[in-house]
Design a binder for this molecule. Structure first.
Ligand code: GDP
Ligand code: MG
Length: 742
């Protein structure tokens, strides 16, 4: 097969629909373009079996439906990381759950042309037509870079269309191009030494003969296999032994001829790219200091940088506690109303109980926190989109270094603020296996969004909203402290692990800081929607199921031996009232007390109550009673379930239709020990939050650690150390707090 045959045009697969893939470096504006093209017609999920994000969308141009597949942001196609592997597989059509794109759109950041074109040259070797979308033309212009798109396209051998994705400039011509007849397949213009070309050809022929890859992509695959040292790759791919042998032999021949096979590819590609750019690009002098540089002088400053970072975090938490209350009350009110409505509709019995005391408070209790999740994800995506997140990692590198880790570990830790699972997945970018393991072990200490509802319930219930410390409300300060505690614990444990179990040097951090950009609202909005969707999905599935089980455990067994005959006592009270021995108010009060006594005896003797009581001796020193114990047991499945549990525990037994349903907050405030002491004090609330900061209460995290470390040892180690840490720290906080007189 000659190289020239690669350039024969191929007919469009079908005129009615076409699949295109968007590929590009991180930060090239891929998400922005994807959103601008597809609007809200998109779906986000995961590729089967891996947690690499799968994003697909649709648009219509004239008569043609175009499916747009968004590939993860990558710098190359060497398949050294999982993202790169998935990207390759999707582009080659070998990813199980994605159809082969007809056409590849390579998005290139015009302000960073040479580095971005590296990936483009690799995309051009996959045997599909390629179109370059030259994005960020505005930024390039500001930086004094003038690119002749036509000349660039001429030199590359593929069409090049300039665009500004964030302002939707140039999108119409791009869209039209997407449905026109496909451009010819690109040729490989760069060449290597003849002996290398010879080996590449031999390997490509072997791949084609054995149908290991489709013929058009064989040459690119041969280059990748032969010239990439995959030894250090975190994800190893099994090659057929025959192929493996051929590669080894070819490399031996090259080494015998004194050719450094591992060094030639990057050199050759960059050589060609430099050559093209020399013709198509003119850079004006005197554009050294951009606005980004100026901002960075303050924001990444040794002292001002961390201060600014802390200020941003406080601002985020202040907004959460300030703006969320009203929508929260609305949602809470809605579920209260729904509960009453069901009580009126469904006759008393198990069905009513399951719905009104199980499902509705269980799911509702968690959904109430949707506003907070929205606000948090709003800020996180704002910070990401503006380019600040990378600075946060850079600032943290200095601190991480003291611990013996580097800033690379901070990015997974930062993602863990949303959820430990993507955080742990993100550790795949850490080359050093020991550093990676340490990062996995400490990632779940960062406060994820499932903890937020728990913190907020405690804070809103037990800390007055009016009080302030300095300019911030007490509530904000407490919330902020919980996040800080998680960070401090993570850094401390990281240090400990690096000193003891997993000693070793960490390589220095090499990371690029993308320029600051004004965030695109569409991106921010779409991230918020996605997060909200995931949160609601969890509430509608996992939490719904657990709520139902919990309700059953709390409501059964029914035929229990009660210590008093409540019905008779109620009757007696009525009689005494009739006889004038009790006033109306006294009767009401005694009836209410009786009702609480009955409800609490019933729930004490339920299955759930028995479990809580069994646990109680162990958690009493932490200031927790058996009801909290039940919450802790159920929260080992997923943290936010504690809220559902509490809502169920405190409402079961409340059988009679009760028009003024107590909110969970009130129920917690009013809960008393038999001697009249309140069960919850601010100290107990803090102790409970501290426990939640430090304990591993998440089955999904456990499962992902099992998978990522490929052993049972590490997930169990993690569960053990985190539980011990949580227990001991909470014990110190509670007992210490009591000694100090709180
Ligand atoms: P991705 O990492 O490739 O998905 O990049 P994003 O789409 O998230 O974009 C990164 C940043 O660049 C965001 O702040 C975008 O708003 C911004 N951005 C995207 N395209 C352009 C553009 O053409 N011009 C400018 N000035 N900013 C852009
Ligand atoms: Mg993106």
């Amino acid at each position: 097969m000659s190289l020239d045959s690669l350039s024969a045009p191929i007919a469009p697969s079908s005129s009615a629909s076409r699949t295109i893939a968007l590929a590009g470096n991180p930060n090239c504006g891929k998400t922005t373009l994807f959103n601008a093209l597809t609007g809200l017609r998109q779906r986000v999920g995961n590729y089967a079996g891996v947690t690499v994000e799968k994003k697909e969308g649709k648009l219509q141009v004239g008569e043609t439906d175009v499916n747009v597949v968004d590939i993860p942001g990558i710098y190359s196609l060497s398949a050294r990381s999982l993202d790169e592997q998935v990207a390759r597989n999707v582009l080659l059509g070998t990813q199980a759950d994605a159809s082969r794109p007809d056409f590849i759109v390579s998005i290139v950041d015009a302000s960073n042309l040479e580095r971005n074109l590296y990936l483009t040259t690799q995309l051009m070797e996959l045997g599909r037509p390629v179109l370059v979308a030259l994005n960020m033309m505005d930024v390039a212009a500001q930086n004094g870079i003038d690119i002749d798109a036509a000349a660039l396209g001429e030199a590359l051998g593929v069409p090049v269309l300039p665009i500004v994705a964030s302002r939707e400039v140039g999108l119409e011509p791009l869209k039209r191009r997407l449905v026109e007849p496909l451009p010819p397949l690109p040729k490989r213009h760069w060449k290597l030494a003849p002996s290398l070309e010879d080996e590449i050809k031999k390997l490509a022929d072997f791949l084609t003969e054995h149908q290991l890859i489709e013929p058009l992509a064989a040459e690119g695959e041969a280059i990748r296999l032969l010239l990439n040292d995959m030894e250090a790759a975190p994800v190893q791919i099994e090659l057929p032994p025959e192929l493996e042998n051929r590669i080894i032999q070819a490399r031996e021949r090259l080494e015998a001829a004194d050719i450094d096979w591992w060094a030639v590819e990057a050199e050759a590609r960059y050589g060609w790219i430099k050559h093209i750019c020399a013709h198509a690009v003119v850079t004006a002098e005197g554009f050294k200091h951009t606005t980004s540089d100026k901002i960075d002088r303050v924001v990444t400053h040794r002292i001002l940088g961390p201060l600014f970072f802390a200020f941003i975090l406080i601002l985020v938490f202040e907004s959460i506690s300030r703006f969320a209350q009203y929508p929260m009350d609305l949602i809470g009110g809605f579920f209260d109303y729904a509960g009453d409505w069901v009580r009126g509709l469904v006759p008393p019995g198990d069905m009513q109980g399951l719905l009104a005391d199980g499902v509705i408070p269980g799911v509702g209790g968690v959904i109430t926190f949707l506003p907070q999740i929205l606000i948090l994800s709003f800020f996180i995506s704002l910070l990401e989109d503006s380019g600040y997140m990378a600075r946060a990692a850079f600032i943290m590198d200095r601190i991480m270094r003291r611990v013996g880790l580097n800033g690379k570990s901070f990015i997974p830790l930062l993602s863990s603020f949303a959820c430990a699972i993507p955080g742990i997945m993100a550790t795949r970018t850490i080359e050093n296996p020991k550093d990676r393991l340490v990062t996995i072990l400490i990632a779940p200490l960062m406060s994820c969004s499932a903890r937020l509802p728990v913190y907020l319930l405690m804070i809103h219930t037990f800390f007055p909203s009016g009080k302030r410390i300095g300019i911030f409300s007490t509530q904000t300060v407490v919330l902020f402290s919980m996040y800080v505690l998680g960070i401090v614990a993570a850094i401390g444990m990281g240090w400990l692990f690096k000193k003891t179990l997993l000693r070793g040097h960490s390589p220095p951090l090499i990371m690029e800081l993308p320029p600051y950009r004004f965030p695109a609202w569409r991106n921010v909005f779409s991230t918020m929607l996605t997060r909200a969707g995931q949160f609601l999905q969890r509430a509608g599935t996992v939490i719904l199921a657990i709520s139902m089980v919990l309700w059953f455990l709390a409501a059964y067994p029914k035929n229990i031996q009660l210590s008093r005959n409540y019905a008779t006592e109620r009757q007696q009270m009525e009689t005494r009232f009739q006889a004038g021995q009790l006033t109306e108010a006294e009767k009401e009060q005694q009836l209410a007390e009786l009702k609480v006594a009955e409800a609490s005896e019933r729930s004490r003797k339920s299955y759930l109550g028995t479990m809580g009581h069994t646990l109680e001796p162990a958690i009493r020193p932490l200031g927790f009673n058996w009801k909290i114990g039940i919450g802790l047991i159920s929260a080992f499945a997923a943290r936010e379930v504690i809220i559902s549990t509490m809502a169920i525990v405190y409402s079961v037994g409340d059988d009679e239709a009760n028009e003024n349903t107590q909110s969970l907050q009130k129920a917690l405030q009013n809960d008393r020990y038999p001697d009249g002491r309140p069960v919850y004090t601010p100290l107990v609330a803090v102790a409970l939050m501290v426990f939640f900061v430090l304990a591993l209460q998440c089955m999904s995290t456990f499962a992902i650690v099992r998978r990522e470390t490929n052993s049972w040892r590490w997930p169990f180690f993690m569960l053990g150390y985190m539980t011990a840490l949580a227990y001991v720290t909470t014990l110190i906080v509670y007992q210490g707090g009591r000694m100090l007189g709180f």
